[in-house]
Design a protein around this ligand. Structure first.
Ligand SMILES: [Zn+2]
Length: 500
């Protein structure tokens, strides 16, 4: 079967055919690109006595050891190890290069190889928990970023006549650049505000007023703040029909809140679509356009550009279709930085499916349900005896799903700022509408205990402006929804002790 079918029919192949073609492409990718030119995987395969022939079908992918965040971090040397960097002499000796040189001439062949292998662009991880890790792109990768962007636009129901406002923060992060390239690839008018840090909330509202956009794109918390403020300023956005979100989790409750905010700007029945992507994949995926009020049908993947597996986070074993587990990613066509079996640390609740999408009928693999981060399980010292593992993913969903809770922040600290004391959880809340504080306070306590078995020590209510300040809207690249001050207390107390 011809491998080009994977590219041309990426959205309409049956499971079996798709997996066969993916295995075929992976074999060729390992043989021609990764193993000759990627120093980390060349060594890894050598150490494990593997070669590209090990991949007979897609299940054989399990023979390749996982790559973790830890493998990628470790400074510039480590970053370079993950870049596909061919030896020019070796490249020149290849029969395919010689043939191309004979047919198209030496300078065109050189330009072609340059396009394929020379890094010209970079994004990096946001460095929430560790040092940012850079990922480089060649012209070949930028073409893929554009392809992924074009597909995002198609799936999310974009129209070439649309006017879009990109509110992702201007930074070397995937979300901003994926959006930018999606706009240019699709040929749509797009204004990039650069987010809150560049022109402030006011600047974004000004653009909203002037552009009267059809589609807004940005991070959920920031978009929510801007729409709330715009409503207070009496801005009209009557053409708005869609909001596309990325960079954070998007609970169903938050979609409803954004729809309500938009209706205050005179935009009715808007679609709120979520995207999912990460630096290491060098692209993002999205939900397709679904009826307002219905459940989304999951992230539509591009099987010709990468392989997504779902594994048991404890044992590493592959999960059956539809079973929850950790998302693992393998590049299939990347140049520049590339990863094989990269463990994202993200847990997908509904697993992977190959069934036709109930809305758009496409048959590419999809990731179903909520995504939570393994790193959002935090150890808390709630009593002096033992630590408790708290799922902050669930706390976020509880709060975002509550209709009267607008924006919020969880603050973790120590009782009396004493490092020897137990942990304290303070919840800061800004009400979505004119609800009554004491009854909402009770409602929050009830919901947090029912769904997370947790009692907040205090609930403090704030105005919109106070909450914007707490979360760092317009100051920070990403709004702070969970603030952990415990380690700072420990460090500062420790230095006080040692200085004494
Ligand atoms: Zn669909």
């Amino acid at each position: 079967m011809n491998i080009t079918r994977l590219k041309t029919c990426w959205h309409k192949l049956p499971r079996q055919t798709l997996r066969e073609l993916q295995a075929k492409q992976l074999r060729a990718y390992l043989r021609d690109v990764v193993l000759p030119f990627h120093s980390y995987y060349r060594d890894l395969f050598r150490r494990h006595r593997l070669d590209w022939r090990v991949i007979e079908n897609l299940d054989d992918l399990q023979e390749i050891p996982f790559t973790s965040k830890k493998d990628l971090s470790g400074g510039a040397k480590k970053t370079r190890e993950f870049v596909i960097a061919p030896d020019p002499k070796e490249l020149a000796r290849r029969p395919s290069t010689i043939l191309r040189g004979l047919v198209s001439g030496v300078s065109r062949t050189r330009r072609h190889l340059d396009r394929e292998f020379r890094p010209i662009f970079m994004t990096s991880t946001t460095g929430r928990s560790a040092d940012p890790v850079p990922f480089v792109y060649t012209a070949h990768d930028l073409a893929i970023l554009r392809t992924a962007g074009f597909r995002l636009m198609q799936l999310a129901g974009g129209r070439s006549s649309d006017r879009m406002l990109n509110m992702f923060p201007f930074a070397p992060h995937l979300a901003f650049w994926q959006t930018h390239y999606a706009g240019t690839a699709f040929g749509v008018f797009m204004l990039s505000s650069g987010g809150g840090k560049t022109v402030g909330t006011d600047g974004n509202i000004r653009m909203l007023r002037k552009l009267n956009p059809d589609v807004l794109i940005g991070m959920p918390t920031f978009v929510y703040h801007v729409l709330r403020e715009a409503a207070l300023d009496g801005v009209r956005c009557d053409k708005l029909r869609g909001i596309v979100l990325g960079g954070e989790k998007v609970p169903q409750g938050l979609r409803r809140k954004l729809q309500e905010c938009a209706s205050q700007l005179e935009a009715q029945d808007i679609s709120v679509i979520s995207t999912y992507g990460f630096t290491e994949a060098k692209m993002a995926w999205c939900e397709c356009l679904f009826p307002v009020g219905a459940e989304p049908s999951g992230y539509h993947l591009y099987p010709d550009l990468g392989i997504v597996e779902v594994i048991d986070p404890e044992s590493g074993a592959l999960r059956e279709d539809g079973q929850p587990g950790e998302i693992v990613y393998t590049s299939l066509d990347a140049r520049g930085s590339a990863v094989l079996r990269y463990r994202t640390g993200d847990i997908i609740e509904g697993g992977l499916t190959y069934e036709p999408c109930p809305y758009c009928r496409r048959t590419m693999p999809r990731l179903l349900g909520r995504i939570s981060r393994r790193s959002d399980f935090r150890e808390m010292q709630l009593d002096k005896v033992k630590g408790t593992l708290v799922d902050f993913n669930e706390l976020e969903h509880v709060l975002d799903d509550m209709p009267h809770v607008g924006s919020w922040q969880i603050e973790l600290c120590k009782v009396n700022d004493d490092p020897m004391e137990v942990d304290e959880l303070v919840l800061h809340v800004c009400l979505a509408d004119g609800g009554e504080e004491s009854s909402i306070s009770k409602e929050i306590k009830r919901a947090l205990f029912a769904r997370a078995e947790l009692h907040p020590n205090r609930i403090e209510f704030h105005t919109d402006a106070e909450m914007r300040q707490l979360q760092g809207v317009g100051e920070k690249l990403k709004e702070q929804k969970v603030v952990d001050r415990r380690s700072k207390i420990e460090t500062s107390q420790l230095s006080k002790t040692t200085n004494r």
